[in-house]
Design a protein around this ligand. Structure first.
Ligand SMILES: [Cu+2]
Length: 379
């Protein structure tokens, strides 16, 4: 499930831990020139005040301050609710700075008090052509490699998803269960890219607990529930398996068209860690199969890949940050390794509270420095 969608605030308690670290974490970014003229957004319970509604194309930043009583989140949407940038878990009384790049066009800024629904929206207009500033060759290379990485990941997940879909359609419950986590791993690795196509994420990866009134439940988790509760595969599940495959083909055809920038790679890495904090560590993502650790590993691998690609550039700008990130990634991957079983991971319901706390602490320790990455590449 995406970072974006419809999760009750109460279930995100762990994510809030990440947030509490932010005001400190952002001091560094706030002093750099990329956020010096940040657009101020004031989020309250019933309003979302955007101080400036005409933005220049290119690099921008927003400083959002939550003056409401509920935890909020901020999105910038392009047409069709494609996410340009977003930040979750902004606690009452705290601020967050978002660095991002944007093209000319019309957009909507949304504040979401309580972190649900469509949010309180304001229209903004972006005009002009970004200043001709040649991109650092190392960042250009990072973008090219990240594009290849996303394409390859989708290519590699298709045969595994085909095994899964075929097993469901053949009524082979054991094989479908075996391929369920494998068929999702690639998706979880590139989720920030995948979810930039507004309709695909809710269709493919929605969780039962997060459905909005009237939303049809389809995708992996719908089939997961049948496999692990009744163990009955009916024509309904078979239909959803077909639709999952059709959606994956759509993803494959669209993935090459995604706008990838150095800041979107960095923001995506942070988004993946938020995913871990809000869904996997809590065991909410895989409520029936308990294969959360597979998704956890996919999210961490995707974040690590993004970091590794940006590292040659970031190491020169902020060597301390890359040192910290190297150490924290090693720590979390070391922890995950303890739960390896065969070509996958142990069932998450065998991981007790103390061990989950250990995982959650490692996620928070990594999420905090990771939130600084976009500020460095936006310099
Ligand atoms: Cu997900």
């Amino acid at each position: 499930m995406s970072v974006v969608r419809r999760r009750p605030a109460t279930t995100r308690a762990l994510g809030v831990g990440l947030l509490l670290a932010l005001p400190l974490a952002l001091t560094a970014c706030d002093s750099d020139d990329s956020s010096g003229d940040a657009v101020k957004v004031t989020a309250k319970d019933k309003s979302c005040d955007v101080a400036k509604k005409d933005w220049p194309a290119g690099k921008n930043s927003i400083k959002v301050t939550n003056k409401g009583s509920q935890v909020t989140e901020l999105y910038v949407y392009a047409q069709g609710d494609r996410i340009v940038t977003e930040r979750e878990n902004i606690g009452p009384g705290t601020s967050a700075t978002l660095n991002f790049e944007i093209k000319a066009g019309t957009y909507e800024v949304a504040c979401k008090p309580g972190m649900k629904g469509d949010g309180i929206r304001q229209k903004v207009t972006v005009a002009g052509t970004p200043a001709e500033k040649p991109i650092d060759p190392r960042l250009a290379e990072a973008v090219a490699h990240y594009r290849t990485f996303t394409n390859t990941t989708v290519e590699q997940m298709l045969p595994l998803a085909t095994e899964f879909v075929n097993a469901v359609k053949a009524g082979d419950v054991a094989k479908a269960k075996e391929y369920y986590p494998k068929s999702r791993l690639g998706w979880e690795t590139i989720e920030p890219v995948a979810e930039s196509f507004g309709d695909l994420d809710p269709q493919m990866d929605a969780r039962e607990a997060d459905l909005e009134p009237g939303q049809e439940w389809s995708g992996w988790h719908r089939i997961e529930k049948a496999l692990w509760t009744t163990g009955q595969i009916t024509d309904v599940e078979k239909g959803y398996a077909d639709r999952l495959m059709a959606d994956l083909k759509t993803l494959q055809s669209k993935v090459g068209t995604v706008d990838i920038t150095p800041t979107s790679i960095a923001n995506g890495a942070k988004g993946l860690l938020d995913e871990v904090a809000t869904g996997k560590v809590t065991g909410e993502e895989e409520a029936f199969s308990h294969t959360d650790l597979w998704d956890f590993a996919g999210n961490v691998d995707g974040a690590k890949k993004a970091f590794e690609l940006l590292k040659p550039y970031v190491a020169e700008k902020d060597a301390a940050l890359t040192g910290t990130l190297d150490a924290e990634f090693a720590k979390i991957q070391g922890l995950l390794f303890k739960y390896k079983q065969g070509d996958g991971y142990v069932s998450y319901d065998t991981v007790d509270e103390a061990k989950r706390k250990e995982l959650s602490d490692a996620v928070n320790a990594l999420g905090e420095p990771l939130s600084k990455l976009a500020g460095v590449v936006a310099q």
